[in-house]
Design a protein around this ligand. Structure first.
Ligand code: ARG
Ligand code: ZN
Length: 867
């Protein structure tokens, strides 16, 4: 093995971390910026005229961040000036306290494969500036605490770029001669550079309007290529619903005359909340029944709402520095989760969110890339757009909501927006507003922002029948994480309720227990019958729970708990316990799981979507997370054995569930979605049972479907199986959707996630397919990203899975470091696997780190993953 220290010495020594403790307010403010763009895909000329105002008494130069651009000229107060050029900035010495600076730059959007700054996507020109893309457009104090009023003028070819959009409201447009035209936009709200945006292209809009609570009319537009126009109704209606919801639930009103959203095909992440001009990955805008699954429909609505909500939580109040990222992201994710819960089934939404947290955030918190919700340092900020900042950040806000209650939380949110409107705030400001509005003391609770690692909670219930007293012995442990060996106990809000094991009835009201010490004893009196413990209901704290509940207790709760989320959790825990026993002992008794699933399937009054979730086995990786050393093959075998047993022993029930949910016409309603969900789950079990007609059923569903949920569900079942219909279905699907990139992504990912023995061979072949390209982030993630979470295939004992991913990441890093670096974490989990696998995984990380010309993004992710 290579010595890592020597191999990373050179580049790592160069890259100095940025530290939160080093924060200093800006030396110079920029109250105004006028931008002039002569747009072209090959060449764009930018002129920025800014006012620079000295802040405080100092004699430091004006520092303008830059990334890969060199000014053509710099003029100070109208006179050509000198500047000094540093690696990542230019510096200008200014004699007075206020000057006007004009900078000219030439850009080449069509060579911008990083998709940061101004770039070309399809025929469009568009921008992405968060976090530090603006410095690829103009040298500028590119930091979120410099708030500037923008005026933007664009000139472009009238045929290629008939539509010109920017932030704020449109203020003028006209002919520019020579087949060119111009448009000017003005944004009255001062904003940080990361919220700047423009779009130029041949676009059409699905338009609408929204009247705000104070009676102002806002013009809405969802801008897409003409051929996609029919797929924008869902996004537009989600936008209107979100605008009304934010008024009702948070009292937040929209503040410009227009709100535009543009969909682009090449995008590094989900979407971006640029003021008045959100730019989206087209996968979170376009939806129609033929091409989008129910999951896609839900995601479109959630992301549209998320970006819209940022208008207040992010834009009106922004972040002082990037260490505060969760201030806007955690809060906004929490807001979009609440919104989605209000549109359908809150329990199913919570189940999905918790499943996502466990799949992405818990492993991050347990691995080499663990970091607090408010990190202390980073090399590359793009690496910190993580599940911890977003999803754990949302859990932290949710806990405040749980502890303070709806009304006090709303008062705190109002106070926060009032106090900090138009400024760049901190996580601490948010906590103070919550405290001041509610009277609560969040001193200890703030540890959630500074300590990384998922707390482990043990809850042991005992009952003395004689005195009618039940006791719960609680303990907590926050595990060490990189750079944080010792942890203080956290404040954990635990919603707890007891149920009588004979009557099945609640024994008293639910209690909210705040565990703040390492251990505590909680007593419940008047407990006449043997109690069963329901704890962390609704996942009130994002912790890993260990209890002394038996399989019988869990089965009981899965049938009797009055909180559907808790019923789901009990079922999951029962399944998990069974599977862990099977992996560690080679066999396990499946009876309790089978009986519980049978009972759930037979409960007529349960929501079908809930049933579909409740009867699903935990994922292979979640099972792996419970083991000290993961054997992916043993996990796969144990899970398959339980699946087969459930499938055969409940054969008739699966058949009934399948037939009972037989699709009618497509409808996007919670009830219809629930039926489709359950039907696809039932189809999976029918296939697992080896039912001779399962492949025919799947193929008939595939061919007869009037919506993508049914078609895709059937395809997934076929792709995981051995029937010769698998190839036929894949071909039909490919030919039907070959011109639709978003659906073709599904064709790649369904194969990347295959449970078949030959998944690695398939994926290696697919990487050579003519439709595979690393230049499009969605496509790269559909194949490489999905494959690396296919636990058994990625961890193929030959190491081929690791090599494949590392090869792809090295190639992708040359084009698009941000997207490449996001795909490193699965390789970084080597400590969790057996020695052979661990050595191969480390070997690939070492190969990555030793590669010439590696990006800072990759260097940080791969380098830290070796520790
Ligand atoms: N702020 C965007 C959102 O709504 C995401 C921006 C991601 N930026 C990045 N560099 N990864 O979540
Ligand atoms: Zn966001």
């Amino acid at each position: 093995m290579l010595d890592i220290r020597s191999s990373i010495a050179t580049p790592a020594a160069k890259a100095q971390p940025i530290r939160r403790a080093d924060y200093r307010p800006p030396d110079w403010l920029v109250p105004e910026l006028a931008l002039d763009f002569e747009l072209g895909a090959g060449e764009t000329r930018v002129t920025g005229s800014l006012s620079a105002v000295r802040s405080g008494a100092h004699d430091r130069p004006l520092r303008l961040d830059r990334d890969g651009i060199v000014p053509d000229s710099v003029r100070i107060d109208g006179v050509e000036a000198d500047w000094s050029q540093l690696d990542d900035a230019i510096e200008v010495t200014l004699p007075g306290d206020a000057h006007s600076i004009e900078i000219a730059v030439t850009l080449h959007p069509d060579r911008n494969t990083q998709l940061m700054g101004l770039y070309a996507s399809g025929g469009l020109l568009c921008t992405q500036c968060e976090a530090q893309g603006f410095r690829r457009i103009l040298p500028f104090p590119d930091r979120p605490d410099v708030l500037t009023r923008y005026r933007v003028r664009m000139t472009a070819d009238s045929t290629r770029y008939p539509v010109l959009l920017a932030n704020g409201d449109p203020v003028g447009s006209g002919d520019a001669g020579d087949g060119r035209h111009w448009a000017e936009w003005d944004d009255p709200f001062p904003k940080p550079s990361y919220l700047f945006a423009l779009v130029a292209g041949d676009l059409v809009a699905n338009t609408g309007s929204f009247t705000t609570m104070s009676g102002r009319e806002v013009q809405l537009g969802i801008w897409v290529r003409e051929s996609d126009l029919a797929k924008t109704d869902h996004a537009l209606s989600a936008l209107k619903t979100a605008m009304a919801w934010d008024e009702k639930v948070y009292g937040r009103e929209y503040d410009l005359d227009v709100f535009n959203i543009v969909a682009v095909d090449d995008f590094n992440f989900g979407a971006m909340e640029n003021k008045g001009l959100n730019i989206f990955n087209s996968r979170y805008i376009l939806a129609d029944p033929d091409t989008a699954t129910d999951y896609d429909y839900d995601a479109v609505a959630a992301v549209v709402a998320h970006e819209y909500f940022h208008n207040w939580s992010g834009n009106r109040v922004t972040c002082r520095d990037w260490f505060q990222l969760s201030l806007k992201e955690g809060f906004t994710v929490f807001r979009d989760q609440q919104f989605s819960a209000d549109q359908g089934s809150p329990a199913v939404k919570r189940i999905e969110d918790v499943r996502g947290l466990r799949a992405a955030q818990f492993p991050e918190d347990a691995g080499p890339l663990a970091h607090p919700v408010r990190p202390d340092e980073y090399l590359e900020i793009s690496n910190f757009y993580t599940a911890t900042i977003y999803n754990k950040g949302a859990e932290v806000i949710r806990m405040m909501h749980t502890m303070l209650g709806e009304a006090a939380f709303r008062a705190g949110s109002d106070l926060y927006f009032d106090r900090h409107d138009g400024t760049a705030a901190t996580v601490e400001d948010f906590a103070c507003a919550m405290e001041d509005a509610s009277g609560a003391d969040l001193t200890q609770f703030r540890l959630w922002y500074s300590q990384a690692g998922t707390p482990r909670v043990s809850a042991q219930l005992s009952h003395a029948p004689g005195d009618g007293r039940a006791r719960i012995a609680l303990r907590q442990l926050v595990p060490p994480t990189p750079g944080q060996p010792d942890k203080a106990p956290m404040l954990l809000p635990l919603r707890i309720k007891l149920f009588g094991s004979e009557t099945g009835k609640p024994l008293g009201e639910e209690r909210l227990v705040l565990l703040g010490d390492t251990s505590a004893d909680i007593a419940f009196d008047g407990v006449a019958e043997t109690p069963v413990l329901s704890i962390n209901r609704g996942f009130s704290a994002p912790v890993i729970l260990d209890t002394n509940r038996t399989a019988a207790d869990l089965a009981f709760l899965s049938a009797h708990d009055d909180d559907p989320f808790a019923r789901y959790e009990a079922m999951q825990q029962l399944m998990l316990d069974t599977l862990v026993t099977a992996v560690t002992h080679g066999r396990a008794d499946h009876d309790a799981v089978i009986a519980a699933v049978a009972r759930t399937l037979a409960s007529p009054d349960l929501d079908k979507a809930f049933v579909g979730e409740a009867v699903l086995l935990p994922s292979e990786s979640f099972i792996g997370d419970q083991l000290s050393v993961v054997d992916p093959d043993a996990v796969f075998r144990a899970r398959e054995a339980l699946r087969r047993d459930l499938a055969t022993r409940l054969g008739e029930q699966w058949r009934d569930a399948y037939d009972g949910a037989a699709a009618n016409r497509f409808e996007y309603t919670p009830a219809a979605k629930g039926l489709r969900r359950l039907r696809n789950v039932a189809l999976g079990y029918l296939a697992a049972s080896g039912a001779p007609d399962a492949a025919d059923l799947a193929f008939a569903q595939f061919e007869g479907a009037d919506n993508m949920t049914d078609r895709h569900g059937a395809l997934a079942t076929l792709v995981n199986g051995t029937s010769d219909k698998r190839i036929a279905a894949l071909d039909i699907f490919y030919n039907r959707y070959r011109d639709n990139p978003l659906v073709l992504d599904k064709w790649f990912s369904v194969q990347a996630l295959s449970a078949r023995d030959d998944a690695v061979d398939q994926v290696e072949e697919l990487a050579k397919h003519r439709d595979f390209t690393l230049a499009n982030p969605n496509r790269a993630r559909a194949l490489v990203g999905m494959f690396s979470v296919n636990q058994r295939a990625f961890h193929h004992p030959s190491g081929r899975g690791y090599r494949f991913v590392a090869d792809q990441l090295l190639a992708l890093d040359k084009l698009n470091p941000q997207t490449a670096a996001k795909l490193v974490p699965p390789l970084g989990r080597w400590k969790r696997f057996d020695d052979d696998r661990a050595a191969m995984m480390r070997g690939e990380l070492e190969r990555i780190v030793a590669s010439a010309g590696l990006s800072k993004d990759m260097l940080e992710q791969a380098g830290k993953s070796l520790d």
